[in-house]
Write a protein that binds this ligand. Structure first.
Ligand code: ADP
Ligand code: MG
Length: 704
């Protein structure tokens, strides 16, 4: 009996899936047939042919097939256990070895037929595969014994074979057969999700064919085509959504402003420096938006220290001097207070009224601020996302500025306070960390982009040095030299959620130790996430004013803090931070005219991957280069919280690697929407459906 199967069918209705297997599949995120087909292979074995064991070559990946001759294990001199399985064919013998994986021996038994893939190495005159991928071809307990469907041997040998992520209770062979069953049974009925004209123009495979080939590719070339088609689809749907938003906004009226006036001129004249060319260009872009009669939706990007805050403030003055209010939302309390402090300082001589509202603002003051905002007496309100919600009324709001940290919903960007019926206020989003362009177009594709691609003149490069325990005394010596020269020093401790308690103790203990032993003659401050708002504020203020000269801090310091007199930073356990985060941290120094030093204090044995990351960081100062590397290492989902954003989980697409496709999809989406704004044409129906399918559960991504 073959009841109809489509993408929404639950996998438990497929043959060979009982309740236990259904539960196991659910652990892989596979509940429906659609999920199953989107459980793409992690990699493939090329088994179009097996190598003869006497024909192996070092460093050239190979698949061999043969009979298990011996299994055994022993201890190495280093105290690890070593499992060895030898297999042989008519031409020779290969040693398969594993370290510390005694369970391996449960699977193998002399006489079984197996297939193993890996990189052959020559070791003591023999061929060896270290931690090979393997499959048992015969015997009880082999994957082949538990197949989902009869007669599926052709799925596992003599071809390019998919290798899936597995979980307990799910074997490679069984899953392959199940995917095959799903493809067979959905294949003909699977609807297309892209307009036919577009597929022809871009030479894209059909959806059913692409799904078949991504799982069971006929050859490497077709696999690449299948991947391209599926990546295109993921990226295209996002871009359609972005285009829908962009175009619908273009129809809305926005607050129209005149030429900038006196306040802006007075501010710029009073600055102790001149604006950089990039700051001027970006301000011109912002101003053009504000004078266009349409609401601005702009992303302001720039490397750490490029002067985004000042640009944001001048943008605020544009609206304030024409009788409107502005709102600045920061991601953390420390940052909100610091922005408030900096901006108040800049605003005072101009008689511009700046107030700051955060979680720790006392109730009476809070009420007064809310009243002042509602009465239109506050020109610029600075606060945290958490505190400024719908209930803050800014009747003459002309501009919302959102200082983002890749943490916030794409939607809520400061629109909440925009209650009112008049023309829409303008929106400026600032990204705290540089984002490579192709990713920005994906995450923020509904916004126009402005880039500050120039640092203020006279910045001295930061020297970044790795130090281990042996170099520690020299490092503290270096810090003391900075202090003698009148400068200030940050000492950073990571805080990891689960162990926050202990780490906090470490930071506190370190503070006491540094004060007592390393810096006995200067005041050492402490700042961490568990402190109350006003305590944080006091710690920050004391450091800014130079009352404390060394600040021991956890990562609450990470974003935006600006104390130009700080010229040295010690980062403990840099291996616990991602590249983007390290860059943010290091960006706290190198802000003044003096040369700065960043020390990375880490164990000599941090592990290869961490070591490479730290070395890359030490060698690179450019935030965009670091961001790209971060993406490369961690993938966009994890590095940038794409998932937390409510953005569609890209399964195959990686905006960085697929940057050409990102641009292509953006153009194609724009063209489609221009010719068919409501996606009403019959040829657009698949897109409309696919959008609904892909985003049904993601309210923020619903069109509109
Ligand atoms: P970020 O882009 O990281 O937010 P900030 O706005 O905090 O950077 O600016 C960093 C520092 O550079 C601040 O102390 C700011 O006053 C200063 N600054 C901004 N613009 C200029 C400029 N054109 N020339 C010199 N210094 C500037
Ligand atoms: Mg900043």
């Amino acid at each position: 009996m073959t009841a109809g199967v489509d993408l929404t069918t639950q996998v438990q209705f497929l043959r060979s899936v009982g309740p236990a297997r259904a539960r196991a599949l659910a652990r892989l995120g596979v509940v429906t047939v659609g999920d199953l087909l989107a459980h793409y292979p992690r990699r493939y074995f090329d088994r179009t042919s097996c190598q003869a064991m006497n024909g192996l070559a070092a460093g050239k990946e190979a698949t061999v097939q043969g009979e298990v001759l011996t299994c055994g294990q022993r201890r190495t001199r280093g105290g690890r256990s070593l499992q060895t399985v030898t297999i042989g064919d008519d031409t020779g013998v290969v040693f398969c070895v594993w370290f510390n994986q005694p369970h391996i021996l449960k699977a193998f038994r002399a006489g079984l037929r197996v297939m193993a893939s890996g990189m052959p190495q020559r070791h003591q005159g023999r061929w060896q595969l270290v931690h090979p991928d393997y499959e048992l071809l015969t015997g009880p307990g082999s994957d082949a014994d538990a197949e989902a469907d009869g007669g599926t041997a052709h799925l596992h040998t003599g071809r390019m074979v998919p290798v899936y992520g597995l979980t307990a209770g799910i074997g490679q062979h069984w899953l392959r057969a199940l995917v095959n069953q799903a493809i067979e049974r959905t294949g003909p009925g699977l609807s297309e999700s892209l307009p036919p004209g577009l597929m022809r123009r871009r030479g894209l495979l059909g959806r059913a064919e692409a799904l078949r080939q991504i799982h069971f590719p006929a050859d490497a070339a077709v696999l690449e085509q299948a991947r391209r088609r599926l990546v295109y689809e993921e990226l295209f749907l996002v871009q359609v959504l972005m285009a829908v938003r962009r175009l619908s906004r273009q129809k809305e009226a926005g607050l129209r402003l005149d030429k900038p006036g006196d306040l802006t001129r007075r501010l710029v004249e009073a600055l102790p420096f001149t604006l950089t060319g990039a700051q001027r260009r970006v301000l011109a872009e912002i101003l053009a938006d504000m004078r266009s009669g349409r609401a601005m939706h702009r992303l302001l990007q720039g490397d750490v220290g490029s002067g985004k805050t000042l640009v944001a403030f001048i943008a605020a003055l544009f609206v304030i001097e024409q009788g409107h209010q502005a709102l600045l939302l920061a991601p953390t309390e420390v940052l909100a207070r610091q922005h408030g402090h900096t901006l108040r300082h800049l605003a005072e001589p101009l008689q511009v009224n700046v107030e700051t509202l955060t979680g720790s603002t006392p109730a009476a003051e809070r009420r007064a601020i809310l009243r002042g905002a509602a009465a239109g007496e506050i020109d610029l309100l600075v606060g945290t996302h958490a505190v400024i919600g719908e209930n803050v009324l800014l009747p003459r709001l002309g501009l919302s500025i959102v200082d983002e940290q890749h943490r916030f919903g794409v939607q809520q960007r400061g629109r909440s306070a925009a209650a009112g019926t008049g023309p829409l206020p303008h929106l400026l989003v600032m990204s705290a960390t540089p984002i490579p362009r192709s990713l920005a177009l994906t995450l923020y594709g509904d916004l126009d982009l402005s880039l500050i691609d120039e640092l203020p003149a006279g910045r001295r490069p930061i020297t970044t040095t790795r130090v281990d325990a042996k170099g520690e005394q020299g490092m503290w010596e270096g810090c003391r030299r900075e202090l003698k020269a009148g400068h200030q020093v940050y000492v950073i401790y990571p805080v990891i959620e689960e162990t926050e308690g202990t780490d906090l103790k470490a930071a506190t203990a370190e503070h006491d130790r540094l004060q007592a032993e390393i810096f006995p003659d200067v005041p050492v401050g402490l700042l961490h996430g568990r402190m109350k708002g006003d305590e944080k504020d006091a710690a920050m203020t004391a450091f800014r004013n130079g009352e404390t000269r060394v600040l021991v801090a956890t990562t609450v310091i990470e974003v935006g803090v600006d104390v130009p007199n700080a010229t040295a930073m010690v980062i403990h356990h840099p291996e616990r931070f991602g590249l983007a985060q390290l860059h943010q941290l290091r960006g706290r120094i190198g802000r003044g005219q003096a040369a700065s030093t960043c020390w990375l204090l880490c164990d000599r044995f941090v592990g290869q991957e961490s070591f490479e990351r730290i070395r890359f960081f030490a060698d690179h100062a450019d935030g965009f280069a670091l961001a790209e590397q971060d993406l490369r290492l961690r993938g966009p989902g994890d590095a940038w919280g794409l998932r937390q954003h409510g953005a569609p989980g890209f399964r195959l697409a990686n905006p960085l690697r697929d940057n050409e496709l990102v641009r292509m999809c953006r153009d194609d989406a724009q063209n489609l929407l221009e010719s068919d704004p409501d996606l009403a044409a019959p040829t657009s129906a698949p897109v409309r459906l696919a959008l609904q399918e892909a985003y049904a559960r993601l309210a923020p991504f619903q069109a509109g």
